[in-house]
Design a protein. Structure first.
Length: 206
């Protein structure tokens, strides 16, 4: 299956995912899902009882892609593949989402301090009756952080829209002593896996 055009929809609010797609020359239009009242979110990100992190991030991502495809059809938008992604930080099998406030951000950074954690980014591409998905895993090791460092970082705006309460591409880079895996995956969109998935969906890439 080779498509007549190479443009996709990106079902994500993340500015980092937009930057990464542009980096590798992928054209896209944004297709944003609802995440607030009054009608409620298109996809809830609540962890199910006994749900393992790998299953959780894959399920949420596939639900996002499916919901976005439904929106394309309801709005009668031009039919193109839609890409969705979800990233979660995991330490000792505990999922760390986006901190809701400074207290949560401080707690997360204290857990990550001096430890190695996983970053899981799941991808899903939906087009017509076809769905393609994968999950990429990386490991990140933090140096031991002082309370002063944690408080200073959490007084910035950086932690609050990111899983685990930090961004590797920002100020938190100075805390990270080692990574194993995909730098772009830790940012939120592993480019090697993303381009492979889009090729499977029929997108021709340079």
């Amino acid at each position: 299956m080779v498509l007549n055009q190479n443009k996709i929809y990106l079902a994500s609010k993340s500015p980092r995912r937009r930057e990464l797609l542009r980096q590798v020359g992928i054209e896209f239009d944004l297709l944003l899902l609802r995440d607030a009242m009054p009608r409620g979110p298109d996809v809830t990100e609540v962890v199910l009882p006994d749900e393992r992190p790998e299953a959780y991030v894959a399920r949420v991502t596939q639900e996002k892609a499916s919901a976005a495809w439904d929106i394309i059809q309801i709005r009668k938008l031009p039919l193109r593949p839609v890409l969705a992604a979800d990233t979660t930080v995991v330490i000792n099998q505990q999922i760390l989402g986006k901190p809701a406030n400074q207290e949560e951000a401080i707690s997360m950074l204290r857990q990550l301090s001096g430890n190695t954690h996983q970053v899981l980014t799941s991808l899903a591409v939906h087009y017509q009756n076809n769905s393609f998905h994968c999950t990429q895993s990386s490991e990140v090791t933090f140096s031991a952080l002082s309370d002063e460092q944690i408080l200073a970082y959490c007084s910035t705006q950086e932690p609050y829209d990111k899983a685990g309460g930090y961004g590797i591409q920002g100020l938190a880079a100075r805390f990270i002593s080692h990574i194993s895996g995909s730098y772009s995956g830790i940012m939120g969109l592993p480019l090697f896996e993303t381009t492979n998935l889009l090729r499977q969906a029929g997108i021709r890439l340079p």
